[in-house]
Design a protein around this ligand. Structure first.
Ligand code: ZN
Length: 388
């Protein structure tokens, strides 16, 4: 893996554009970027063939949760097949393995103890020992991975930064983890496997957000962490999914995001509709519809869409918008057809990847602050109108 920061801008000069190169094939992913969330390796409703219809190369970046595989297929079988890439039929995709939630995220979990951490699995919450987790990762052979938060240091590809809502703890953790020469230790640790070749530039996985902290707390914590990290390595943050949260993360110098936001939207029958770039935003200024949405999304369950023959988003080139109407999606939801979720997930993923693309463009031309301000301003205006 190689990573390079190509442009830095924004207040305090922290928002950054970069390029992540994975594997010998030289696949380059521009950052800030989104890791598509998956369940057992694929997005919840998008199959391999439809996955190929999403924007490239951005849609090649997938987040996989090792604990989703804890009860099968047998690890030896995954290993014999050749790892997750081969099993999923996605040889060119970049699989980033990180546990869905960490021990720090769930301090009240009774199942968490000194032997391991408690994780959500397909069959409920289970205790996962670090050694079990490492075996999972070894068999899966992801491109990148982060270990359990409490695992012994030096075994991470991505050093794990935790510390909850304490700025001091976050700073301490970030400082200590960034001091370690993660690459060297990791290389020696994995010498018995063919998981990763040497010369990795490690990055950082920042967990423990999206758990009810308010905006001010989150901004302070994120900035406290990124201020302590070396600038040349990528930073991945978990659970920041709302557009405003992503913009906050980018402003604090985050490069990669993993969250289940798209999945949650899709399950709720929502479609993202917010204007992607500044031109679209200008055109939509002043428009306000009371349609069960919040200016970023609409709820296709609403009866107002029953006879709506328009696309989800006129300017969207995704499969859903090119072929279907809001009325059809409303109908599919009403009759509980899974095709509704398939079509919504395609659109929402497409829309959100375009949003990330716009963020990158704004950074490249030095206008990220303006981009962010416009986005937040429009949302505030909408919320104020809704209250009135
Ligand atoms: Zn679309």
């Amino acid at each position: 893996m190689r990573f390079a920061v190509t442009k830095v801008c924004g207040s305090g000069g922290k928002a950054r554009a970069g390029a992540l190169h994975i594997g010998g094939g030289g696949i380059g992913i521009e950052t800030p970027a989104l890791l598509l969330s998956t369940r057992k390796g694929l997005p919840s409703f998008v199959s391999c063939d439809l996955l190929a219809s999403l924007p490239l190369p951005d849609s090649l970046l997938l987040h996989v949760c090792p604990t989703h595989f804890i009860e099968g297929p047998p690890l030896k079988t995954i290993s014999n097949i050749g790892g997750l890439h081969r099993m999923l039929g996605l040889p060119d995709h970049i699989l980033v393995a990180a546990a869905g939630d960490s021990i720090e995220s769930l301090p009240s979990s009774e199942a968490t103890n000194k032997f391991g951490a408690s994780f959500e699995t397909p069959s409920g919450r289970r205790l996962v020992k670090p050694s079990d987790y490492m075996e999972l990762v070894s068999c899966m052979k992801p491109n990148l991975w982060a270990s359990l938060a409490d695992e012994a240091s030096g075994t991470n590809s991505f050093g794990v930064i935790v510390g909850g809502s304490s700025i001091e703890q976050r700073r301490l953790c970030a400082t200590e983890v960034s001091k370690r020469n993660v690459s060297e230790k990791q290389t020696s640790y994995i010498s018995c496997t063919d998981l990763f070749v040497a010369k990795f530039d490690a990055g950082f996985w920042i967990g423990g957000f999206g758990l009810g902290e308010n905006i001010e707390e989150r901004c302070s914590l994120l900035n406290a962490v990124t201020d302590c990290l070396p600038p040349e390595k990528p930073r991945l943050v978990s659970r920041l999914g709302l557009p405003e949260e992503v913009l906050e993360g980018v402003a604090a110098g985050i490069d990669l995001f993993d969250s289940t936001y798209i999945y949650q939207l899709t399950m709720g029958g929502f479609a993202l509709i917010f204007p992607i770039d500044m031109v679209e935003r200008d055109m939509q200024n002043g428009l306000f519809h009371n349609d069960g949405g919040d200016s970023t999304k609409i709820n296709l369950h609403a009866t107002t869409y029953r006879k709506d023959t328009s696309r989800l988003v006129d300017s969207c080139s995704c499969f859903t918008c090119q072929n279907h109407t809001r009325a059809y999606l409303n109908h599919l939801l009403n009759v509980h057809e899974m095709l509704a979720q398939i079509l919504l997930e395609i659109h929402n993923t497409h829309h959100y990847l375009r949003f990330f693309c716009s963020i990158r463009e704004a950074i490249k031309v030095g206008e990220f602050d303006l981009f962010r301000q416009q986005f937040v301003k429009k949302r505030r205006a909408h919320i104020a109108a809704a209250v009135l």
